[in-house]
Design a protein around this ligand. Sequence first.
Ligand code: SF4
Length: 278
Amino acid sequence: MSAEPKDIRDVVRFLQQGADLGLGEIFLERLTRNEALMAVAEARSGAKTVGTGAAKHETGAAKHETAAGKHETAATAPREGECVEASVPDSDLMRLQYTELKTVAESCQRCRLAKGRTQVVFSDGNPQARLMVVGEAPGANEDRTGLPFVGQAGKFLDLLLAAVDLSREDSVYICNVLKCRPPGNRDPMADEIELCSPFLKRQIALVAPEVILAVGTFAAQLLTGSDRPLGKLRGSVYSYEGVPLVVTYHPAALLRNAGWTRSTWDDLQLLRQVMDGS
Ligand code: SF4
């Protein structure tokens, strides 16, 4: 039984019914239906306001304080081992624009990883980039800085990309399959990937890269739709919803296994060929 106030659940039900009927506009404070769903998502996570373009709207939940005080993130975050129903349905995520999607992700409570994160790690680089790099999940440095691929593995990735004339300053957009850090840097769990992957799917649609580079097993298997090991997947060009996709080793794994350097170099040459159309 949810501890959430019944009026919030009724508002969510009302908004979702309207969204299912294809109704886009809503009468409160000129919010669109998706903006209202985002406001509810933020209210559930304890945030006070939601930004929509230049304006910021105060949510009903943020205005009202209970006798016990304001809503706290810890009160609504999933307990250990628990994943929860998505507050913004996948179908609505697929309609969000880039800033809206990022805002929703930043207050996401869909899976158990919300509980232990310092912050959501959404992306780095240029959202108009030609190449999109997709990794696995934030580590400790990423959780602390809010940016993907920082620290030693991140520097190594930047060097590898520079070797084929690419850089996150202009030509590369970087994100992960999971936006929150798994505790102790453990592997992502299947239900976490399932709950988080709609964010990635929408990111790819919005960034619309010319080519995707999946680094590491989890990104490679998710985007190719195959459960084959990375060593068997690499060396080919796949298609993710029409976008050419190349897979290679994760730079962190490469730092531990210098023997994969030659294969990674070959993968980067393949990537460059795809980008050059040759
Ligand atoms: S990992 Fe993804 S689904 Fe889980 S809480 Fe973070 S953003 Fe939400």
